[in-house]
Design a binder for this molecule. Structure first.
Ligand code: GLN
Length: 242
């Protein structure tokens, strides 16, 4: 009888622990998009988006495991079920909405052009035509560049990593980069010799991305976002990163 009581107690404790930790969701990100997601010296994934998704998950009794992958594989990862959600400074677009669901917007952004100090012009998107341009593969910046340069233009260098896109610009392999404004601003704080040459050229909103049709998780993300906006946690996270 004693043995049974002990087993029962162990079971109750174990069950309690599982219940407390809640359901774990695997969240994809491309941790090369400062200040939204990047890695620290110990290779931890940190940033505005990471704090947002963790705060949202906490409100909804979920735990989060981040999965670092290239930006252009996030939607596919959701479609195949490798990840449950993604947060990666991803702009809500009609084309993407055909493949995945988005939460309510959690941040506003815009594309800008970045050039080397001393470069003249590049004040509007048409100015990139006929020049060597760098973008990140699969982004709204890449799309915007393709719209004016044409899809298979060899002057448009599309790379998987933003670090490489900026390195090309610094080294003169490209003349300009099209990138999200908050990321350009964060990058320019770190490196000398570059500047933003255009005003904001688009109006974009980031959303948390969910596998299409997973209404339960989508509802949780929206309810969590509403809660952290209401209780001040959202503002605290903005304050921390911007
Ligand atoms: N906001 C841009 C997009 O959605 C860039 C995102 C990114 O590079 N992480 O395409």
């Amino acid at each position: 009888m004693k043995k049974f009581a002990l087993l029962l107690a162990m079971f109750v404790v174990a069950f309690g622990m599982v219940a407390q930790a809640g359901q774990q969701i695997i969240v994809g990100t491309n941790a090369e998009f400062m200040p939204f997601e990047f890695t620290d010296d110990d290779n931890n994934i940190i940033g505005f988006d990471i704090d947002i998704i963790k705060a949202v998950a906490k409100e909804e009794g979920l735990s989060v495991r981040m999965h670092n992958q290239s930006f252009d594989t996030l939607i596919e990862g959701l479609e195949t079920g490798k990840i449950d959600a993604a947060i990666s400074g991803m702009t809500i677009t009609e084309a993407r909405k055909e493949k995945v669901d988005f939460s309510e917007p959690y941040y506003n952004a815009a594309q800008v052009i970045v050039v080397r100090d001393g470069t003249e012009g590049f004040t509007k998107i048409e100015d990139i035509v006929g020049k060597k341009i760098g973008v990140q593969l699969g982004t709204t910046g890449a799309l915007m560049a393709e719209e004016v340069m044409g899809e298979d233009n060899s002057d448009l260098k599309q790379l998987r990593k933003y670090n490489m896109v900026f390195t090309d610009l610094k080294n003169g392999r490209t003349e300009a980069v099209v990138v999200d404004k908050p990321v350009a601003e964060a990058y320019l704080k770190q490196v000398d010799g570059l500047k933003i040459s255009s005003p904001p050229m688009s109006e974009e909103q980031y959303g948390i991305v969910i596998k299409k049709g997973n209404k339960e998780l989508l509802d949780k993300m929206n309810s969590g976002l509403a809660k952290i906006r209401a209780n001040g946690e959202y503002d605290r996270i903005v304050e921390k990163w911007f």
